[in-house]
Design a protein around this ligand. Structure first.
Ligand SMILES: [Zn+2]
Length: 312
């Protein structure tokens, strides 16, 4: 059908249908509505009572504009926001837009300006959102698995006064060479099929137990682990009876047999650091794990799978 034919066909339609068609074509794609997500889940009985998890609840009037429910099991009442980070939150109407801007990787300053909210609100919301993010990367590691650690300088955001960027460059190098205890170790593991894990492991050097805690229950027995010559990786591989390919950068061993390397996790590390420096004012150690789990804001830096928001 060419343009003229389509136009003729359109004109042949009754007026009402012409109008409907225009609406359908020009309607913007629906954006996810995080604020009413829970409401939909409650209506469809996809979630239980926030207190006792029982699915036996009924509608029970309204509470400040939100639907109220009563649990037949524990007899408590709740609203669609009870137990979520939205409970008691003002300006809920801006939440969807806020999350959208975070998705776009906008800085807090930009978000604050666009939504006309103050800096504290912008900051608080981000932490609330990040804290409600669940790590969705729970698939098992199979085949060639790369694992390596990287370090972030500890930043105790809460104790810092103001937002002075010059205070200390986050994710930069510690003044002392080598690994000190003011560095937060993050273990990154990725296979070639997209399974990914970033775990905030410890302060300072990692042990084989840290690796065990991070990925021990996710790595398949037939995986071939690629790591540097760190003794902790050797111990972890031995304990788990995993085949280990050691890559020694000091001997310029970057790739073995054309396929064994840790370059994917290393490039991920540099992207994560760039992202944390560019988007965030600084990383509080307390929240680092949430930032790493996050798909929000880091999409273009961190090709992770879609995020899963819990309690939203
Ligand atoms: Zn209940």
């Amino acid at each position: 059908m060419n343009y003229q034919e389509i136009l003729a066909a359109f004109r042949a339609l009754p007026l009402l249908q012409q109008g409907q068609l225009i609406l359908e074509i020009t309607e913007k794609p629906k954006k996810p509505d995080y604020v009413s997500l829970r409401k939909t889940q409650l209506i469809n009985k996809q979630v239980g009572c926030p207190y006792c998890k029982s699915p036996g609840y009924i509608r029970y009037g309204k509470d400040k504009g939100s639907a109220r429910y009563k649990c037949k099991n524990c007899k408590r009442t709740f609203t669609e926001h009870t137990g979520t980070w939205l409970a008691g939150l003002h300006k809920k109407e801006l939440v969807n837009e806020y999350i959208e801007l975070m998705h776009q990787g906008k800085s807090l300053d930009k978000i604050k300006q666009e939504l006309r909210i103050n800096k504290k609100t912008a900051f608080d919301w981000r932490h609330k959102i990040l804290a409600s993010i669940e790590d969705s990367q729970q698939s098992k590691f199979t085949g060639i698995v790369e694992s390596d650690e990287t370090f972030f300088l500890q930043s105790d955001k809460g104790k810092r006064k103001g937002l002075d960027r010059t205070a200390r460059k986050r994710g930069g190098h510690s003044s002392s060479r080598g690994i000190s205890n003011d560095q937060v170790a993050v273990i990154t593991t990725a296979d070639r099929k997209g399974a990914l894990d970033l775990t905030v492991a410890t302060m300072g050097r990692i042990s084989k137990l840290d690796i065990e805690k991070a990925i021990g229950n996710r790595i398949e027995k037939d995986a071939i682990l690629c790591a540097d010559s760190h003794v902790s990786y050797k111990g972890f591989a031995k304990d788990n009876q995993l085949e280990l390919v050691v890559l020694r950068a000091d001997l310029k061993q970057f790739v073995k047999k054309g396929v064994y390397h840790i370059q994917n996790v290393n490039s991920l590390h540099s992207r994560v650091k760039k992202w944390i420096d560019s988007v965030f004012w600084g990383v509080s150690t307390k929240y680092l794990q949430n930032y790493l789990n996050c798909g929000i804001g880091c999409k273009k830096h961190l090709k992770t799978q879609p995020i899963l928001l819990r309690n939203l």
